[in-house]
Design a protein. Structure first.
Length: 364
């Protein structure tokens, strides 16, 4: 009965707080939508390339016209001014038997794309020259090598995703888990902190109510809204933003609910170390930001093993791994059971710490 009373009171308190409800239920959807349109609006490469008049036409013609906009120049006195004034990504000129390429390099991704396109153009040009040489060989000499001249075509297959997949497709499952974690962590921590600073928690602890009943009451009250937030984010992302899910949507929901409950337990625990809402916000760089680095959003293949292993102390690492396996790879329980187990350990562990932590506020 005492648990029910705490649960009902927390629920009513949240329902009356329209600002907190909006932050919990609407803010993640808004941010997720903005990120979706920012990353997915235009994935087409549109490079501006300046070409000196002495560059061979066969090199220029080999560059793909749908990705490159070419503008010819008559040996300008200053290549730097030409690039800046014309807003070029790259300028190409021919010096002797080599191409001299100057990159603007304001956006390194454009520089990398330009290098690939130039490399392909030069390779294509070499193959064309080689074909011309082969065509000049007498037909009687080419008959013995007819098999070598066989046309080979390239047929691409993709184990995960398709030809239109982008890095954002890999990042989006982890972003869903991140937004679920972030907003639940922030709101649950601040809400319990407000209960403590107002004296409500102290009055509860002065009664015969058990500490476990208080913790479970708060977890159930905030947890109900955390689950509701999770359902809104997941269904919104899948059915309105049309995010593809290769696996089962039920596994996606389960993992996100577990990360929400983990954030809830961690948020309540961290709030015991804060004396104001401002101090609670200051914990974000310590608790939330490191999880972004180690969740899988940023590739860690090139970092030292000991740095990468730090991520295993954060729940978002396991949630990100599970969501990637489900949504991108289409895997099931056999590939995510370990991540689910660790998330349950986080929930149980921090729940116990919360019960023990309330002892410091009990004065009777």
């Amino acid at each position: 009965m005492r648990f029910n009373a705490i649960f009902v009171r927390v629920t009513k308190e949240l329902l009356r707080d329209k600002r907190t409800l909006a932050l919990m239920l609407l803010a993640p959807v808004l941010v997720l939508t903005l990120m979706y349109f920012i990353f997915n609006t235009n994935n087409d490469v549109n490079l501006k390339v300046g070409v000196d008049e002495n560059v061979p036409n066969k090199i220029v013609d080999a560059l793909p016209s749908d990705k490159v906009k070419i503008k010819e120049y008559d040996s300008p006195s200053s290549i730097k001014k030409t690039i800046v004034n014309s807003d070029l990504d790259v300028y190409i000129e021919k010096k002797g038997d080599k191409l001299d390429v100057t990159y603007k390099n304001e956006d390194p991704s454009n520089t990398g794309t330009t290098k690939q396109l130039l490399g392909s153009a030069i390779q294509k040009n070499k193959l064309q020259d080689m074909a011309k040489v082969i065509n000049k060989i007498p037909s009687n000499l080419k008959q013995g090598n007819s098999a070598q001249g066989e046309q080979i075509t390239l047929d691409n297959h993709y184990l995960y995703g398709d030809a239109d997949s982008t890095y954002f497709d890999k990042m989006f499952p982890i972003l869903i888990g991140f937004f679920v974690f972030f907003f639940v962590f922030l709101i649950s921590g601040i809400a319990l902190l407000r209960e403590r600073t107002k004296g409500t928690l102290e009055r509860l602890l002065a009664t015969a109510v058990k500490r476990s009943e208080i913790v479970f009451g708060y977890l159930a009250g905030y947890g109900m809204f955390a689950v509701l937030q999770t359902l809104i984010i997941v269904f919104y992302a899948i059915y309105l933003l049309k995010i593809e899910v290769a696996g089962s949507i039920w596994w996606v929901l389960l993992v996100n609910i577990l990360i929400a409950l983990s954030a809830l337990a961690i948020g309540i625990f961290v709030s015991t170390f804060a004396n104001s809402e401002f101090q609670m916000v200051q914990f974000i760089p310590l608790v939330v930001i490191p999880q972004v680095f180690f969740s899988g959003i940023i590739p860690l293949d090139s970092v030292a093993d000991w740095v990468s292993s730090i991520g295993y102390i954060f729940p978002l690492r396991y949630a990100g791994d599970a969501l990637t396996n489900i949504m991108i790879k289409g895997e099931g329980f056999n590939y995510i059971w370990f991540d689910i187990t660790i998330l349950l350990v986080f929930i149980i562990g921090f729940t116990i710490l919360n019960i023990v932590g309330l002892k410091r506020y009990r004065k009777v």
